[in-house]
Each structure stands twice: as structure tokens, then as C-alpha cells.
Design a protein. Structure first.
Lengths: 187, 237
């Protein structure tokens, strides 16, 4: 419980911007977009593997942000996490609404951004250590499955198909990982 | 951390945040989001997973995306008033005792930031006032944006007293009790008023704002001549 409070008391500029957006401040909204859209676009592209779809999702995401910024509670989440969750959910919804064969008609080059945006590093360093450390305690196959599943936004079935293992296997891997991670992070 | 949450519920929350659920279990998780403990657990998982997203390369989106957003949200000049009202209901009200300022009544908007600390006005901590006609639900929101020194005024309700012969004029009343005009408001639901350097130091917490109805073109005397339809005090956000 103490760690939770510690995390959220850190200065959260993105969170402050979201609060201003919640008051209808368009300048803050543009500023928020400038600061965070590259990260959110990257997340969408990773899930959708299609730039045109990712652009649509990005648009939907920020429209949602505009309408829901008032409900952002800075005690419970950091701004960038809140934003990323919206983007991720939009992208996942879109991906699952697609026809069974994903439209990977474009080559998606992952443009390396040598100077990663501040928001990419906005997660506190000890938070990164925490999950990274704890992931290392998992079996390689379990950790890899969890990481891929999370980044791709897979359901259990999709993960099973992509990883070519039975669905019960992937469920076991991931559930065990989640339980282990929670215990590890609570230490 | 909720120790009394069922183990299965905690796992469900993790799976929900992860995004692996489908079918019945997904519906179950969505239903459980009504529960505050469950929601908190889900939020915690989102925070915990967040560092993994750093593996996704940040990619600059094309300019057309912003243009589209801008057009869709702000293409028309109408504000979404009901959306604005939902914001207002989250705010708590307190009435002040008698004030030295000669206005009908002043209602103060108390807007405490979530951590309960009042912060210095800065780029990210603006001053805000909600002006109400004596104790009723707020009619207008006034918000001072320090970075470009503008007062943003948003209308939350129709101003039934405003007709073709009268215009609303905004006043600031500092400690000496003498109202200074900040300008006539447009009847549009959103106004932006630039604050000149000579008035800038009047914009501070506890300064009173008021709106009076004046003849077209504003008060002919430099002081309010018409009825005060709304008043409030600036508070630090």
C-alpha cells in the first residue's frame, strides 16, 4: 500500500495536463497530444500492424481522452498510464473486430526513435526495475508469452494460436506468471 | 492492497488488465468493474504492466491525425454543455460569510486537488472560479490560464436574462472593493479574454469576479450599472 502512494505522489506533468484538459483547456489538449501521441501511436501500431488502422485508433483515442479527462483520478494512476490504457484498449477492440485475417498489407517499419520521448521514460525507474526484475524470476517461456501477449493485446486463444501451444498451456503459463509477479512485486 | 479479495478475483483483475479475457469471463470481469476494490486492482495492474510498453517504439503520427481530431472536436463553435455540467457536479461548494465586496452574494468554489494541497498558480495549476447566481448551480466557469495570461470563460447554462439590448460584462473586484472591467463577453459559450499587464496582478486567489448586464457596448460609466447576474471568487486549482 505504501508503495502505491509513493508512486502516485511523484510529479506527474502529463497527469496535470489531463486535469487541465478535463476543464476544457484546448491548449493543454494540444500540448498533451504533442507530448504523448508518438508513444500511443507506437502502441497502436504494435497491436494493429497496420498504419492506417493505427491512425484511426489514435484519433479515437484522443477524442476519448478529450471527453473523459474529467474522470482521470491522479491518485490512482499516472497520466501516461491512463492514456496508454485507453490507446491499448481501442487498438485491441479494433483488432478483435477485424476479419479473421489481419490486414497486414503495409510494411510496418518500426522507426527507431533514438531520443525516446520523455513519456516513454516517464515511468519511474524503480517501477521498471520492479516488473523487469520480477519477469526475470519467471521461466523464459512464461515471461516471453506474457510479454508478447501483453504487447500484442492477444486473447488466450490468439496467444495459443500465435505461440502454437494448446490454450490450456498458455492459460497456465500466464496465470502462474501473474500470480508470481504479484507476489514478487509485493515484496 | 486488498487482502480480502478472493484469489480468483485478483487473478481475474490481472487477466482483465492484460487483455486476455474473452466470452463469459470477460463479461464477468466487466461486471466486477463496478466494484471499487476490483477496479483498484485492475488499475494497479495497468500501472505494473506499463513499463513493458516502453518496448514499443514511439512513432510520430502523421499531421493529418491531429487535423482530424481538431476538426472533429472543435470544428463547430458549440460547446458540449451537458458534458461541461458533468464536470461541475464533481466540485464541492461552500458559501462564504459576508464579504466586504458590495455584491448580491458570492459563492466560492472549493476545488481541492486530489492530494489536498493548494499549489502555487503556475502553468499547470491554474486559477479557477465558478460564477453562480446566488447559490444556485454554477452558470459560468472562469479559468485563468497563466501561460498566455488569458481568462477562459465557459457558459454552463443559457443566460435567460441576456437579450438583444444587454450584454454581459465581466468585472474583477480586488481587495479595495472597486470593480474593474475585464471586458464585455460574447454570447458564445466560450470566451477568451487577454489580460493586459496593468490588470495582471489583480488576478489572484480570492479576487472576486462578477458579471453584470450592461447596455450594448458595455458600461458607459466604467462601473457596473446593471444587475449582477453572477459572481464568484477565484480559487487556486
Amino acid at each position: 500500500m505504501g508503495q502505491e502512494q509513493l508512486r502516485t505522489q511523484q510529479k506527474d506533468e502529463v497527469g496535470n495536463l489531463i486535469a487541465q484538459v478535463g476543464l476544457g483547456d484546448r491548449t493543454a489538449f494540444k500540448d498533451l497530444y504533442t507530448r504523448t501521441s508518438a508513444k500511443l501511436y507506437g502502441i497502436s501500431v504494435r497491436i494493429l500492424a497496420n498504419r492506417s488502422d493505427a491512425e484511426d485508433v489514435l484519433q479515437e483515442t484522443y477524442i476519448k481522452v478529450w471527453h473523459n479527462a474529467g474522470s482521470f483520478n491522479s491518485n490512482r494512476a499516472r497520466g501516461i498510464t491512463w492514456l496508454a490504457a485507453i490507446a491499448r484498449n481501442q487498438a485491441i477492440d479494433r483488432q478483435r473486430a477485424r476479419t479473421p485475417i489481419p490486414q497486414s498489407d503495409e510494411l510496418v517499419e518500426e522507426v527507431t526513435d533514438p531520443a525516446q520521448s520523455p513519456e516513454a521514460a516517464a515511468v519511474r525507474s524503480d517501477q521498471v526495475r520492479l516488473i523487469t526484475e520480477c519477469m526475470e524470476e519467471l521461466q523464459d517461456s512464461h515471461a516471453a508469452a506474457l510479454r508478447s501477449t501483453y504487447l500484442a493485446g492477444w486473447t488466450y486463444q490468439q496467444a495459443a494460436d500465435a505461440l502454437d501451444v494448446p490454450i490450456n498451456t498458455v492459460k497456465t503459463w500466464i496465470r502462474r506468471s501473474l500470480v508470481a509477479l504479484r507476489e514478487c512485486m509485493n515484496r | 492492497m486488498t487482502t480480502d479479495m478472493e484469489k480468483d478475483d485478483r487473478l481475474l483483475a490481472a487477466e482483465y488488465a492484460l487483455g486476455v479475457l474473452n466470452g463469459e469471463r470477460l463479461v464477468l470481469a466487466q461486471a466486477k468493474m463496478e466494484n471499487e476494490d476490483f477496479r483498484r486492482e485492475v488499475d494497479q495492474w495497468h500501472e505494473d504492466f506499463a513499463p513493458l510498453l516502453n518496448e514499443c517504439e514511439a512513432i510520430d503520427p502523421p499531421a493529418r491525425v491531429w487535423d482530424s481530431i481538431d476538426r472533429k472536436l472543435f470544428g463547430s463553435t458549440e460547446q458540449n454543455v451537458s458534458h461541461f455540467w458533468r464536470r461541475i457536479t464533481f466540485w464541492r461548494w461552500a458559501t462564504l460569510g459576508s464579504s466586504s465586496v458590495a455584491l448580491a452574494s458570492i459563492a466560492a468554489l472549493l476545488f481541492l486537488p486530489p492530494n489536498g494541497l493548494l499549489l502555487e498558480p503556475s502553468r499547470t495549476n491554474p486559477l479557477v472560479a465558478s460564477l453562480s447566481p446566488s447559490g444556485e448551480a454554477p452558470a459560468l466557469l472562469v479559468y485563468f490560464r497563466p501561460n498566455d495570461k488569458r481568462l477562459i470563460i465557459r457558459v454552463g447554462t443559457s443566460q435567460s436574462e441576456v437579450n438583444d439590448q444587454r450584454v454581459p460584462e465581466l468585472w474583477i473586484i480586488p481587495g479595495d472593493g472597486v470593480p474593474r472591467s475585464l471586458g464585455v463577453l460574447d454570447r458564445a459559450q466560450s470566451n477568451e479574454i487577454a489580460i493586459g499587464t496593468e490588470k495582471l496582478d489583480l488576478i489572484k486567489a480570492d479576487a472576486a469576479l462578477a458579471i453584470s448586464l450592461e447596455p450594448l457596448g458595455g458600461s458607459p460609466t466604467g462601473a457596473p450599472t446593471g444587475p449582477v447576474i453572477a459572481s464568484g471568487k477565484l480559487q487556486m486549482l
